[in-house]
Design a protein around this ligand. Structure first.
Ligand code: AMP
Length: 578
């Protein structure tokens, strides 16, 4: 590898992709032979198998809608059918995959860069939405490798945008929000910058919300007015052009139909309104009030819409900062990061956060969080666990991601079987450590501290066990079900405690049959009966079970004291001391 060859910064977007390098200390974006710095993220696979990418591919879409692949970012790292979006093409019929299609786009960008720089390049930083999970990040990395690029870093898009924004203001201490509404995704992040350090305080968003949705709805509106088939690709393309025109003009026309900005805004409003809840959540997660923000910066082509700017102004109570070119900020940030990694820009420390909590399943099916949501990465944390039953010789550790109280409601990222020498209950000592590297990828290590035997987990991008639901759905469900979840957690904890206590109570009563009064005995027996009734009830009254179990626990403790006293007495008698 040529040590002087620059590292590319790549914004692999849903709609458009861009590539840049640091040249003589400045980040610049590279143009293709036609002078365009933005390449449509489109790939066309012709009947004869030949592949075209970018604007050339997009021009094929009207003629070959089933052979022209767009918005493949919505599919990458997901299982078939999980994207919540049905593309107009079938990747399996085209004998390709989201990773391979993304690799074609990246190959194209690499070629654009090599042509512009007149030298070969082999390393890159690639951006992904903040909400991309492990599988999606890994798939993006694989696409880079398939394109012949060593991917030095996977960078979150809002972080990249903040980097682009913050580079020349390193001495300032600021809190900023990055509102990024692109073609396919919406991300909102709150960041803090000081002394050349960026820290993401929180991120939220919707991976299925963007300008494409508005194009689709506008196309339906236009098709209905003009009596055209609603999903005609030409209508869709015209709709996007009309939408863009309406960002600056009050009216635009298509086939003789006049469309006003008010028409568009009526259609777009409910979609843009959907960004509000995420903005409020990001602020509350970061513990920052809107008025404490120094800047709200706009990123993504859709933030050119006046309606979007109105919303942002209203939500954050301030004029948004539009100093960044909304289409280029992310690529610029990726390029700056590439420059830092390559040593051609001064070091700026970059900190990111975990979008969802990571933990493992514990006894009773509960979620035990090891790294909470919104933890700054890289991060490392661990806990010790023991065996719940005697003569167990291994422990199954399920690694979970999500915000729900019960393990089953979270997503399983993987599992590890940790072997250890069998022994009595509570004798094993297994340490589980999670570490998240700078790319946001999770490494799990389980160690039997007695034998020093390590088990590590490879979370592969294609792990079929990955429950790939939408993150924002997870978060909103965790709020929607907060009451039920908490009730279930209290119930499960009380149930475990009750199941441990009941046999102990029975045993103690047996041993103390002659030592306690009939009243004492009947009080304990009736308390145990109450617990049994509550345990058997189908309505899971968590509060009642917890209270009853606590009372039983107290009763058991007095029995335990009696048992100890009695053993003591017997021992003294045996030794002839009393
Ligand atoms: P991005 O993913 O950031 O490249 O954003 C692309 C999205 O921005 C697409 O949905 C475009 O239609 C949209 N877009 C680009 N320019 C404009 C504009 N002037 N007005 C409204 N939307 C735009």
């Amino acid at each position: 590898m040529n040590p002087n060859s620059p590292i590319l910064g790549i914004d692999l977007g849903t709609t458009n992709s861009l590539v840049g390098v640091v040249d003589s200390g400045f980040p610049i974006l590279l143009a293709d032979e036609n002078g365009s710095r933005s390449t449509p993220s489109a790939v066309c696979i012709a009947q004869d198998g030949s592949i075209s990418v970018g604007a050339v591919a997009l021009r094929q879409r009207a003629l070959h809608p089933t052979r022209t692949i767009t918005s493949v970012k919505r599919l990458i790292g997901r299982r078939p059918g999980e994207a919540g979006w049905t593309p107009p093409y079938s990747l399996s019929e085209l004998k390709t995959s989201p990773v391979e299609v993304s690799a074609e786009i990246l190959k194209h960008l690499k070629a654009v860069a090599e042509h512009a720089l007149e030298q070969s390049v082999s390393q890159a930083v690639i951006t992904v939405p903040a909400y991309f999970n492990d599988a999606q990040r890994n798939a993006t990395k694989r696409a880079g490798e398939l394109a012949g690029l060593e991917v030095l870093r996977i960078l979150s898009e809002p972080t990249a945008a903040a980097l682009a924004y913050g580079l020349d203001k390193l001495s300032e201490h600021q809190k900023i929000a990055v509102y990024d509404l692109g073609g396919g995704t919406f991300d909102i992040s709150v960041l803090e910058m000081h002394d050349g350090t960026f820290q993401v305080l929180s991120t939220a968003g919707d991976t299925q919300l963007g300008g494409d949705d508005i194009d689709r709805l506008l196309a339906e509106f236009i098709a209905q007015k003009l009596n055209l088939p609603p999903h005609d690709i030409r209508v869709l393309e015209a709709s996007e052009a009309v939408k863009k025109r309406l960002s600056t003009d009050d009216t635009a026309s298509f086939n003789g139909l006049d469309i006003t900005r008010a028409d568009l805004e009526k259609i777009a409003r409910p979609w843009i309104e959907r960004t509000r809840i995420h903005c409020l959540r990001a602020l509350s997660d970061a513990g920052v009030k809107a008025e404490q923000l120094d800047e709200v910066i706009l990123v993504g082509g859709s933030t050119r819409m006046p309606l979007v700017r109105d919303y942002v102004r209203e939500i954050f109570g301030r004029e948004p900062n539009t100093s960044q070119n909304p289409d280029e900020a992310i690529a610029l940030g990726a390029t700056i990061q590439a420059g830092i990694l390559g040593g051609s820009l001064r070091q700026v420390l970059l900190l990111d956060v975990t979008p969802l909590s990571l933990g493992i399943e514990t006894f009773g099916g509960l979620m035990n969080i090891i790294i909470p949501r919104n933890t700054t990465i890289p991060a490392k944390a661990g806990e010790m666990f023991t065996n719940a039953v005697a003569n167990q010789d291994s422990m199954l550790i399920r690694i979970l991601q999500g915000e729900r109280e019960l393990a089953k409601d979270n997503w399983e990222l993987g599992r590890i079987e940790v072997p250890f020498p069998s022994g009595p209950k509570g004798s094993a000592r297994v340490g589980v450590q999670f570490s998240i590297d700078a790319d946001g990828i999770l490494h799990v290590l389980a160690r039997d501290t007695a034998t020093h035997q390590d088990t590590t987990l490879q979370i592969s991008g294609t792990a079929v066990d990955v429950e790939d639901e939408r993150v924002e759905q997870m978060i909103s469900e965790s709020v929607d079900f907060a009451f039920e979840d908490m009730n279930e957690r209290i119930w499960t904890e009380a149930k475990l405690k009750a199941e441990e206590l009941l046999p102990a109570v029975d045993a103690a009563l047996d041993q103390l049959a002659d030592a306690i009064s009939a009243e004492e005995k009947s009080a304990v027996v009736s308390q145990a009966a109450t617990v049994r009734v509550l345990l058997a009830a189908t309505d899971h009254d968590a509060k009642a079970l917890k209270a009853a179990t606590q009372l039983l626990d107290e009763a058991t403790q007095s029995l335990a004291v009696m048992l100890i006293d009695r053993a003591m007495e017997e021992s003294l008698v045996r030794r002839g001391l009393v």
